[in-house]
Design a protein around this ligand. Structure first.
Ligand code: UD1
Length: 449
């Protein structure tokens, strides 16, 4: 991260204290033990922050994770003219955004291109002000390919969208109009983008083949609290009655099910025991957060015991065992837990496999795990993982947020020292994970430049 960017971020998110250009040094072998509070969900908070742009009134989000993506998006909202008010206490971080007036033309390339989720600004800005100019990561070279579902849905709602000089230019001078849209695939981002656009459109929008991830439901609940009318929440068909002006609201960001799963795997990998508290009430809610990963994790030898307000996670007496995992859209096994699960399978008894069906290039952690002694063979979309008794520390690089998390938890269980680069990725998606892990016994040092 460049320093001017860091300054923009620290002005907008003063709690972001991590300096750029860092790596982590992990001394493996210490079993994790203690209580670990699960933060608000990265994948929920980003669309929720964008949703605040739809109302001129204050919208308060509680349980906001202190991650780099949140800090970057905060800087973007501020550039667009919103006022941000942060509060931090024992229950976590809260953000109140007041977007009384929006200057859609002020989007900053440096900030936007750091975060794929900034594409959600298209729907919200079109709804609020009828225009958006959004620089794309990779610019013209990448083109509209990766966001084709978003673009064709917004076009169906009457937006005029073109790409030039690496920037998506979107206009809806006469306002967006409700439409009946069928997504070619259940894309999380496209579903969210079209929901955000639809609440500000005139008439009714139907989104068919919508993604059903819990983070979409969380967004729908917040939009409803702001005065939107949405039916079919949690299903694959969402019907949104647009055209109402939205009010202020207070919303609590749902817990991060991916952090939850990652930490459950870390407890089992290190042979320790963690009480994971996602901040939900009632038994059952906490284990329910893992969804399809729950039975798979148990089969792989993660012991998950419900306790009041959370789950105690550790290694089952029978030890870790190879399992076969196939990633699927919700309610299937989440692609975001694929890499952490691979770190576990790498030291399980026997062979297991992971088939990645959502993203094409999501095996970049494989080579890094191999550097640590893992026995993994990739054939097409399937990685065959033959467990070894123990991994060994190495210099590794996290190429995306989940890959970095996987390497971190692999390092916690490995013999010797692991040096993990690519920390920007880890910090993007996880709320101060190195610091939280240190508090439960991990031997981790952040090396600041
Ligand atoms: C979101 C999550 C990410 C998670 C992913 C899948 C956020 C901020 N990120 O990403 O952590 O891994 O869901 O659960 O919530 N696709 C297209 N065209 C499009 C849109 C998507 O071809 O216009 C394809 C993608 O290339 C991918 C698949 O659809 O193969 C799923 O992507 P999508 O669900 O959109 O993922 P994101 O919303 O980017």
């Amino acid at each position: 991260m460049t320093d001017p960017l860091f300054s923009a971020i620290s002005e907008s998110a003063p709690w972001w204290r991590v300096r750029p250009g860092t790596s982590l040094t992990v001394e493996g072998g210490a079993p994790l033990a203690g209580t670990y509070r699960i933060s608000g969900a990265k994948n929920a908070v980003l669309p929720l922050m964008v949703a605040t742009l739809l109302s001129p009134r204050p919208v308060t989000l509680n349980n906001v994770p202190a991650s780099l993506d949140v800090a970057v998006l905060a800087a973007l909202l501020r550039r667009l003219g919103a006022t941000l008010d942060w509060r931090e206490d024992v229950s976590g971080l809260s953000l109140t955004v007041t977007a009384a007036a929006i200057h859609a033309e002020r989007i900053e390339r440096d900030l936007v291109t750091r975060m794929r989720a900034s594409v959600l600004l298209l729907g919200a800005l079109l709804a609020r002000s009828g225009e958006a100019d959004l620089p794309l990561p990779g610019g013209d070279a990448i083109g509209l390919r990766g966001i084709d579902y978003h673009v064709s849905g917004l076009r169906a709602m009457g937006a005029d969208i073109t790409l030039s000089h690496g920037t998506v230019r979107a206009r809806a001078a006469a306002g967006l109009k409700g439409a009946d849209i069928r997504l070619p695939g259940p894309s999380v981002g496209a579903t969210e983008n079209l929901m955000l656009a639809a609440v500000g459109a005139s008439g009714t929008t139907t989104i068919r083949n919508a993604a059903q991830e819990p983070e979409i439901t969380d967004l729908a609940h917040c939009l409803t609290a702001m005065g939107a009318t949405i039916s079919g929440i949690g299903s694959d068909t969402l019907v949104i009655a647009g055209g109402r002006s939205l009010e202020g609201a207070v919303h609590r960001v749902m817990p991060d099910r991916i952090e939850f799963g990652t930490l459950a795997a870390a407890a089992a990998i290190t042979g320790g025991e963690l009480t994971l508290l996602p901040g939900v009430t009632g038994l059952g809610d906490a284990t329910g957060l893992l969804g399809a990963a729950d039975p798979v994790f148990r089969q792989a030898g993660i012991d998950l015991r419900p306790v009041a307000g959370g789950v105690v996670a550790g290694r089952a007496d029978a030890g870790l065992a190879g399992v076969d995992i196939v990633t699927q859209p919700f309610p299937g096994f989440p692609t975001d837990l694929q890499a952490p699960a691979m770190a576990l399978l790498a030291i399980a008894e026997g062979a297991g496999s992971i088939t990645e069906t959502i993203f094409e290039h999501r095996f970049r952690h494989v080579d890094e795990l191999r550097k640590m002694g893992a026995n993994i063979t990739v054939r097409g979309r399937t990685a065959l993982v033959r467990g070894v008794p123990r991994l060994a520390g190495a210099h590794v690089e996290g190429s995306d947020v989940r890959a970095a998390a996987a390497l971190l938890i692999a390092g916690l269980g490995a013999a010797g020292t692991t040096v993990l680069g690519g920390l920007d990725h880890l910090d993007r998606g996880y709320d101060r994970i190195a610091e939280k892990l240190s508090a439960v016994g991990a031997r981790i040092r952040r090396t600041e430049e």
